[in-house]
Design a protein around this ligand. Structure first.
Ligand SMILES: C[S@@+](CC[C@H](N)C(=O)[O-])C[C@H]1O[C@@H](n2cnc3c(N)ncnc32)[C@H](O)[C@@H]1O
Length: 368
């Protein structure tokens, strides 16, 4: 600490002061971008633009959304923010201002039949739901409380139940439905890309257990691309009960903390970020029991965020925001390479390799 009298006082220049104030506006008001996005999703603006042929003027939108004409100037202001935030595109060089979809708003169009499309409406509605926002508002109070370990999330502490738990519907059945649908939409997005990018990782495998594989969407995609792999999906009984009858994939109902069906490789895709370090070590120890030695091709495949500041700044920011989402609402976290190394070593694995980066995620092979 600097000695009294020698502290460096920041004296901003006039330009720095004005910029600092503008930055303060931005950071204090970013929640309004989230709320503007929520509004666009609730009004179904992306679907309306899609149905209007992929481009729409403001009067077209007002008519198609059945809004009062008096709202046109307000809609212009909403769309201006959403375009500036990268949620829609606009054509500036036409006489009539026109709004278009971009890849982000395309994900918010309902009813698209395309390989890499899953409708992200529930992901947005879950993350900006009253319950998530209230949990975030309680963050400072939560920090001050000396809570027993394992520390409940602000969501659990405030609402009395954890998220994605069998008791969550008692808090609000609609929230529980939206969160489940949102997680499924999020996790199923870009499966085709992941399978293509993971070609080397799956090639030559004889068997694979997709641990926490849900209704088998990923496993079916893997078997389609690699018919030689005998694929098993492990999930909780209530999930497996609803899995489609499918000869291509073998479904096992069980608890990963008890045992995991043996296979040459076990995959944990978007699973570990939901759990704290202690539980991750327990899960990884079960994975280790389920696979053969490294010489026999045994490995665990982890697909999850690998936080890294060497990335593109917006990708890094997205990773950190996703980590805050986990911190506020779950006991889980997003992990850096150091964090991953620590838990795989604690679980008794000898080595690991980040074999690929896909967007903000990494594919980590872990060897016994
Ligand atoms: C976030 S999803 C996993 C996403 C999936 N791997 C994917 O990429 O689409 C979490 C899944 O873990 C399952 N699950 C939670 N606890 C489990 C446990 N103890 N044993 C087995 N599955 C569990 C849930 O039922 C849910 O299907």
């Amino acid at each position: 600490m600097a000695a009294a009298g020698s502290q460096t006082t920041i004296v901003p220049t006039d330009a720095e002061l004005l910029q600092a104030q503008a930055d303060l506006w931005r950071h204090s008001l970013y929640y309004l971008t989230s709320m503007a996005l929520k509004c666009a999703v609730e009004l179904h603006i992306p679907t309306a633009i899609h149905n209007l042929g992929g481009a729409a003027s403001l009067p077209d939108l007002v008519t198609s959304l059945s809004l009062p004409e008096s709202k046109l100037p307000f809609l212009r202001r909403l769309m201006r923010l959403l375009v500036t935030s990268g949620i829609f595109a606009s054509d500036n060089n036409t006489e009539v201002e026109t709004y278009r979809l971009n890849p982000l708003s395309w994900l918010l169009v309902e009813g698209v039949e395309a390989e890499n499309h899953t409708y992200q409406q529930c992901f947005v509605l879950g993350t900006v739901s009253r319950h998530y926002v209230e949990a975030a508002l309680s963050l400072a109070d939560w920090f001050k409380k000396d809570l027993p370990v394992p520390v409940p999330s602000p969501f659990e502490e405030l609402h009395g139940v954890p998220l994605l738990h069998e008791d969550t519907p008692k808090l609000d059945p609609e929230l529980d439905r939206i969160v489940h649908e949102g997680v499924a939409a999020h996790d199923n997005l870009a499966i085709g890309t992941i399978i293509r990018e993971c070609n080397d990782i799956f090639k030559g495998l004889q068997s694979l257990t997709d641990c926490c594989g849900g209704n088998g969407t990923t496993a079916r995609g893997i078997v389609k691309a690699f018919p030689g792999i005998k694929c098993t999906v492990l999930d909780l009984p209530k999930v497996i009960e609803k899995a489609p009858a499918d000869d291509a994939v073998n479904y096992v109902a069980g608890d990963m903390f008890d045992s995991i069906p043996p296979a040459q490789a076990v995959m944990l895709k978007l699973v570990l970020h939901f759990w704290d370090d202690e539980d991750c070590v327990k899960i990884l120890k079960q994975c280790r029991k389920a696979i053969p030695s490294r010489e026999q091709g045994g490995k665990v495949i982890i697909i999850d965020i690998v936080i890294g500041h060497s990335m593109d700044p917006t990708m890094y920011e997205a990773q950190l925001l996703f980590d805050m989402l986990m911190m506020v609402n779950t006991r889980g976290r997003q992990r850096s390479e150091d964090d991953w190394r620590e838990i795989v070593t604690k679980a008794g694995f000898s080595d690991y390799k980040i074999v690929k980066k896909i967007g903000g995620r990494g594919i980590i092979e872990v060897y016994p």
